[in-house]
Design a protein around this ligand. Sequence first.
Ligand SMILES: [Zn+2]
Length: 506
Amino acid sequence: MRFSFEVKDCDLQGRIGLISLGGRRLETPCLLPVVHPVSQAVPPSELKSMGFGGLMTNSYILSARRKDEALREGVHRVIGYDGVVMTDSGGYQVLEYGDLGVGFRDVAAFQAGIRSDLAVTLDRPTGYPQSRRVAKETVDYSMDNAVATLKEFGGAETTWVGPVQGGLHLDLVKRSARGLAEAGFQMLALGSPVQVMQNYMFADLARMILGAKRAAPYSVPMHLFGAGHPLTMALAVALGCDTFDSASYILYARRGRYMLPSGAADLEKMRYLPCSCPSCVKSSVKELLELEHADRTKALAVHNLHALRAEVEACKEAIAEGRLWDLVLERSQAHPRLKEAIGVLSENQEFLSQGTPALKDRGLFIRSPEDAKRPELEVARRRLARAARRSAPKAVLEAEKAGPVVRARGAPSGKQGGYDLYRMHPVLGAYPAELEFVYPFAQTVASEGAAGEWKAKEGLAALRKMGYRSVEAAGARRRVRSRRRRKGGAPSPPSPSARSRSPRRP
Ligand SMILES: [Zn+2]
């Protein structure tokens, strides 16, 4: 089957993409609800109308329970769903129940036989915690099976997905991802995040994803196994995960758990339903609690699916608007451990900036120390390094907020006036006024006292370091003469302000 992945929009490492698999298409990022091949609380046909273009089912269980039927009719017909079907190899069952006596060939032949759209080759999840020795064994086992499957079944209609293992051993994760991409896999799936997430190790989750993403080509979509929780969705998308699968909607529903963008709550302890999905609109908490267990489970599962879909859509809209960073930061307020993951994002500012558009048509907000590490600022920093050149003996720094520079015909520029004109950016410091026209120098909005705010004094010092013979600050209300000037003799009256000599403003 012809597989292609087209990126339509991007922000940080997140992207809106289109996976084409022959006649079926999947817009990413997307969540593939996990559907049991036999017992389903929410029928797969309903998933499609709820906006899920794909689902995940377990080929091991399907093979054990409905093998002949599935081979005869194909997986889509057997489970009653005509969207994209991804099948898991059953590697997780191997982890849970020990060796099941199946090899890569059986697993691959069955998945190809049932005409799965996307199929994970037989893997062995690393899990957590795990020694390096065992982790390496899982990587080797998964890699050997993956390469052998591609070699033997590469011509099948099914697109094979390479399972990246290694757990928290990041060197193994990188080796696994690189090896699979080099072997020719067009899509990868990062394993073992479930236990890491259950232990709220979000910073480690971020490092795992980054390890795999840095080692794989940008053009290869990355699936994240079992990561269907609204809380971590934006983080995983920002780090470059394109698809997710999760049974959380039904597992939570069975335990009476109601998903919220900030986490999940016990229905029994709730008083209101802050959602407008069909389940929530037609019932109250009391009415849901009075339902039979099976009915309540279905109603909660439907709500949870809507909550997950809403979060995926929120991520997509944030990418399209160029405010994925803001969304990740908003979500990080929900849990202190999630906040730790923001630190990992900050450490990888340069990598995240690679997928960040150079131009955005919106303001850039600096509200906290974390915002000072926005990837957009990394892009701007590189531009600044290229643009900062001394072309006159004198520099004038407009330290205070001023309107945008307007280039009007006949108006003298700073350079024509015999000096280089600079302005202040709250994080980047002094920058040539010409960059006013370049995002995000003039579009940055910083709250009072936001971290790293440059003071005029520091801006002047930086300009002096550039070798200007004379440096002065010009503000709207107050002028600060540079120390070097003052040393040179009697204080002179304030020079013609940068304002009067600089280009005309509205
Ligand atoms: Zn709802």
